[in-house]
Design a protein around this ligand. Structure first.
Ligand SMILES: Cc1cc2nc3c(=O)[nH]c(=O)nc-3n(C[C@H](O)[C@H](O)[C@H](O)COP(=O)(O)OP(=O)(O)OC[C@H]3O[C@@H](n4cnc5c(N)ncnc54)[C@H](O)[C@@H]3O)c2cc1C
Length: 371
């Protein structure tokens, strides 16, 4: 039997951020992931500066060996409608590749890694948990994404009754001919909303890589809308005509759309496992990182006593940062506001100050500070 102070299930941004912070306070942390890193993750790969700041990421060091595309503008509009370009005087976001960023953060965390191993069983043994019959720990942190087995253990009805966002995406390296045919610029990602405003498509260029995808509130229209979106981009001459068609799908919860238990005796959920993505934009990396860091701060304060009431400050921190699940901060626009937003999407002031600054960049919320 192996022992550790904390077992983190899932080595994505939520798990690795939590591990990094716990390790910096001297805890013996183990991260278990069913994949071996670097691994692919279905994601557009867009992060805001608040993420790199909270993670104290050394931009120069990271960009030396990884794709890190500065973003200084956005092109936005409606699929089949007009569009608007909004430029900023400084870098407001970055385009990264998830297989690179996630691997970098996991290796940097300094945790002991068990890669290529899925969590299959959890048993209670006094005040400790026994994972897979082989690891004994007083604390299990569920960071396994939307289908996290720890969330399931805590009672989440994965995929059954939860209203998840369904999304499909492709990321591929363009050939020289495709690069010539691609009019999407690296510093200006393109976002186009579905006509019913129930989702949006994106097209991000990161160096020689192109990432195209679409996410929606309803799964059944996803493939059809994605097809329309790709046709629209091709007709406008934004992307090459011969893009591959092996799109990959994934689902995740928006905060406030569904309620998952966040903690229990000797157990916490972070990131997508807790269903924390921002409701307006679907951005999930920032809440994943911030929840991982807030979980770590709570664990350090609990000082080895991981009963539910000692872990309650984690839920309080989440509520202070993101609002409560019943009343999330900056909740979804109401149907009326959505209707108005559709009418106003071509308006430059509305696009900059509401759609981009407020819904997508969260410009009013400073980076999370941790000690
Ligand atoms: C198509 C799409 C595009 C997106 N684009 C963006 C974007 O541009 N920007 C943004 O901020 N957010 C985006 N998101 C959301 C974002 O990807 C997630 O919110 C984010 O990855 C959550 O991080 P996480 O660490 O909680 O989970 P994940 O990144 O999902 O990591 C979970 C880890 O757990 C492991 N795991 C799963 N099950 C087990 C198991 N049984 N045992 C052990 N390990 C397990 C997995 O292998 C994985 O490595 C997008 C999501 C989708 C679907």
């Amino acid at each position: 039997m192996e022992n550790c102070d904390a077992l983190i299930v899932g080595g994505g941004p939520a798990g690795s951020s939590c591990a990094w912070q716990l390790r910096s306070h001297g805890l013996d942390v183990m991260v278990m992931d069913k994949s071996t890193f670097p691994r692919d993750k279905v994601c557009a790969g867009w992060i805001t500066p608040a993420v790199t700041e909270a993670l104290q990421l050394d931009h120069e060091d990271y960009a030396r060996r990884h794709v890190m595309q500065p973003i200084t503008a956005f092109r936005t509009g409606l699929i089949d409608g007009g569009d608007v370009e909004t430029r900023y005087p400084t870098t407001v976001s970055y385009g990264i590749r998830r297989r690179e960023l996630d691997n970098y953060l996991l290796q940097r965390s300094g945790a002991r890694l068990r890669q290529g191993e899925a969590l299959k069983s959890l048993q209670r043994d006094g005040t400790r948990w026994i994972a897979n019959g082989a690891i004994s720990t007083p604390l299990v942190i569920g960071a396994g994404g939307h289908f996290c087995p720890v969330a399931r253990f805590m009672g989440a009805k994965l995929g059954a009754t939860e209203p998840a966002i369904a999304a499909k995406e492709i990321e591929f390296e363009m050939t020289p001919a495709q690069r010539d045919d691609c009019r999407v610029r690296g510093d200006t990602p393109e976002l186009y909303f579905c006509p019913d405003l129930k989702g949006y498509g994106w097209c991000f260029r990161k160096g020689n890589y192109l990432n195209i995808g679409l996410g929606r509130e309803d799964n059944h229209l996803l493939s059809e809308q994605l097809g329309n979106f790709c046709d629209f981009l091709k007709q406008r001459g934004r992307i090459p005509r011969d893009i591959p068609d092996n799109f990959h799908g994934h689902a995740y919860l928006l905060y406030g759309h569904s309620v998952r238990k966040q903690l229990d005796d000797g157990m916490l959920l972070v990131g997508d496992a807790a269903g924390l993505a921002y409701p307006q934009s679907g951005e999930g990396i920032r809440p994943a990182v911030e929840s991982g860091l807030m979980a770590a701060a709570t664990i350090i304060e609990a000082n080895g006593d991981y009963r539910r009431q000692q872990l309650q400050p984690y839920a309080n921190r989440l509520a202070a940062r993101f609002g409560t699940a019943a009343a999330p901060a900056g909740a979804d626009p109401s149907p009326l506001r959505k209707f108005l937003a559709g009418k106003l999407l071509g308006n430059r002031w509305f696009t900059r100050h509401v759609v981009l600054d407020r819904w997508f960049l969260h410009a009013n919320q400073a980076a999370l500070q941790t000690t």
